[in-house]
Design a protein around this ligand. Structure first.
Ligand SMILES: [Ca+2]
Ligand SMILES: [Ca+2]
Ligand SMILES: [Ca+2]
Ligand SMILES: [Ca+2]
Length: 290
């Protein structure tokens, strides 16, 4: 009887151990907005961070892309070419109530919110090339921040700075600037683009082609500890950090389409989230830890 009791206890502890391990490992939690052309043109979708519950938020005959959650998780900024060129729009998190913020005949795209939700930084070619601009979240008070060709602005979690990359003349490199456009400083030196902040504001994940293939890298914001996170002959794109800091969502150009993946923030455990014959990309993590 005593032997049986011991055996039962061993089994019980083993089960508890297994259960704890499974809980802590590690299924990414939260929700991810992303884009897909699965209905014939680009639309914005949402899914759970494990790839489940994929739902379509926009429905149109034109292109909607670059989803960016407002910091409170109530709205999504995005770009749409419904008036013939790309403009910045904001909609509710359920896909309703579209409000147009920019009005011109040029490209306006890649919005990113200030952490207080009061401003949106974005890319526009309204002045002849692609430069970075900032506006109030109602579309007013537009100011130009960069005067070299630049792309992919990302506002820092502490509000103070904006990461972006420059291109067109020489190498494509990641830069940081103050939120008013001053103090533009180069962060990467061997090629880098598509920067995204860790939620603690200490690190930036980005893409680089420096070894002849595009891979994910991470760097501290003082330029130290640059580390390669992926080594894959396929192209990677558009990284986005989870609000709890544990995960990075991104896209991979699989044969023949782009798919959304997630991995640990150290580069391990790459898991595919979308599996269809269309392109899927531009993931942006719901910003509130639920
Ligand atoms: Ca459509
Ligand atoms: Ca426009
Ligand atoms: Ca227009
Ligand atoms: Ca790669």
């Amino acid at each position: 009887m005593r032997t049986l009791t011991v055996l039962l206890l061993v089994c019980l502890f083993a089960l508890v151990g297994c259960t704890l391990d499974v809980d802590e490992t590690d299924v990414p939690e939260g929700r991810i907005a992303f884009t897909s052309n699965r209905d014939g043109d680009w639309e914005i979708f949402m899914m759970d961070a494990d790839g489940g519950n994929q739902t379509q938020l926009t429905f149109s005959d034109y292109r909607n892309g670059s989803p960016a959650w407002s910091p409170d998780g109530n709205r999504i900024a995005f770009s749409s070419d419904r008036d013939g060129d790309f403009e910045i729009f904001v909609m509710d998190a359920d896909g309703g109530n579209h409000i147009q913020l920019t009005f011109n005949d040029d490209w306006d795209t890649l919005p990113s919110w200030s952490p207080d939700g009061n401003q949106i930084v974005f890319v526009s070619d309204r002045d002849g090339n692609k430069y970075i601009y900032v506006m109030d979240a109602d579309g007013s008070n537009i100011r130009q921040l960069t005067t070299e060709r630049s792309w992919n602005p990302a506002w820092s979690p502490d509000s103070s700075s904006i990461a972006f990359h420059t291109f067109g003349t020489g190498d494509t490199e990641v830069f940081l600037m103050d939120a008013n456009g001053s103090n533009q400083t180069q962060l990467t030196t061997e090629g880098g683009y598509s920067p995204a902040w860790s939620p603690d504001g200490e690190h930036i994940v980005f893409i680089s082609d420096r070894v002849g293939q595009s891979d994910l890298y991470v760097i501290d914001i003082d330029g130290s500890n640059e580390t390669q996170l992926s080594n894959d002959t396929r192209n990677e794109g558009s990284p986005a950090w989870s609000p709890d800091g544990r995960w990075i969502a991104f896209s991979i150009e699989t044969d023949p389409n782009w798919k959304v993946f997630v991995m640990d923030s150290n580069g391990s455990n790459r898991t595919q989230l979308t599996s269809n014959e269309y392109d899927n990309g531009s993931p942006d993590w719901y910003p509130v830890v639920e």
